[in-house]
Ligand binder design. Structure first.
Ligand code: CA
Length: 354
């Protein structure tokens, strides 16, 4: 009898670091519940958060319980799937749907809870700070506190903040802080903004099946075309889900971006120093969360570089031991596999150096 259950400890030649692993607190769920009860609550927020806080179905209940656990059950699940370390991200939509003062305060208290869990399990957990872009200066300060005082490895932004994007210059203090601290910003999907959601939601396509990727890819594209990486050339942005489809689009994006800039068609699309694909290869990293599919992973490694692609499981939403086996069995050389699972994550998130 052969036992191909993945084990922790690195005997296969690499440690498995999973880089987009979700968690939450009951305080966050309670704040969401209060916000969802307000008249005119945002449909994308209610569609996403309401399902997990209110549904009594088995899948959302299991996910909710696992989101709240930063101890025994989570570590047992990691052991059962051979995950040595999780990088913890506050689950979408995080604090970004809350009123500004509450979002700022809850980001702070949540990061304290995360830092405490990492202190209890330093060899199993790392984490990204939650921030509230509703107040860009406070968000930048919380990122600084999270990195320098709590030992966190960057920040997570659950895509748009109440319909606004980090490409708008009012948010650039967040990028300035990330660049100065030498830590990445992970842009994770969330429920679609109300100006965008209707044609997706009426077909049931607004969530992880498709809408999340479209909106998060749009967010990253807006950041690139707004010239953020010209202003902050050392800034690192991470996105999941095999780059939210952008790697597949690179040829067309480069061609049409150049044509559109030349035509001076949009006030918002000014010349930038490089092509979109160059920024994707120099400032952007992608993870394989929810995309345990060899052709997509190898395509991304091919067009972006093997040093750009990081493993992620997307626990507890995507908790599948077979997906770990898929990554283990990729038809790539040992160095590429180690980069995917371990060394890229260590380098991009500064793991072990903080
Ligand atoms: Ca996720």
């Amino acid at each position: 009898m052969t036992d191909d259950t993945p084990r922790t400890g690195g005997s296969q030649g690499y440690l498995r670091i999973a880089t987009e692993e979700a968690w939450a607190t009951q305080d966050l769920f309670d704040a969401w519940d209060r916000k969802m009860a307000e008249p005119g609550a945002d449909p994308g927020f209610v569609g996403l958060a309401g399902f997990y806080t209110a549904s009594q179905a088995e899948r959302p209940q299991n996910i909710k319980r696992r989101l709240l656990d930063l101890g025994e059950e989570r570590i047992a699940d990691m052991d059962a799937t051979g995950i040595d370390r999780q990088l913890l991200l506050l689950t979408a939509p995080g604090v970004q749907v809350l009123d500004t003062a509450e979002g700022v305060a809850l980001a702070r208290s949540t990061n304290d809870v995360l830092a405490d869990a990492i202190r209890r399990h330093p060899d199993r957990f790392s984490g990204l700070a939650a921030i509230a872009p509703q107040d860009p200066a406070a968000a930048a300060e919380e990122l600084r506190r999270g990195v320098t005082e709590l030992g966190l490895s960057g920040a997570v932004v659950n895509s748009h903040t109440q319909g606004r994007y980090l490409s708008d210059q009012e948010y650039w203090p967040i990028f300035e802080a990330a660049e100065a601290l030498d830590v990445p910003i992970y842009i994770h999907p969330t429920g679609l903004p109300k100006d965008m959601i209707r044609p997706f939601q009426e077909a049931g396509l607004d969530g992880a099946i498709y809408g999340f990727g479209v909106e998060t890819g749009l967010h990253l594209l807006r950041i690139i075309t707004a010239g953020v990486f010209d202003r902050f050339p050392k800034l690192r942005i991470v996105v999941g889900h095999a780059g939210e489809a952008l790697p597949f689009w690179l040829f067309r994006l480069d061609h049409m971006h150049a044509a559109t800039v030349r035509a001076q068609r949009y006030e918002s699309m000014k010349p930038i120093k490089r092509t979109i694909s160059e920024y994707m290869r120099e400032n952007v990293y992608i993870t394989t969360s929810g995309m345990a599919w060899e052709p997509a992973i190898r395509f991304c490694q091919d067009v972006l570089g093997a040093d750009r692609v990081l493993y992620a499981m997307d626990y507890p939403y995507q908790y599948e031991v077979d997906e770990v086996r898929t990554h283990d069995n990729l038809g790539v050389d040992a160095a590429t596999k180690k980069a995917l699972y371990q060394t890229n994550a260590e380098r991009v998130f500064g793991l072990g150096s903080r």
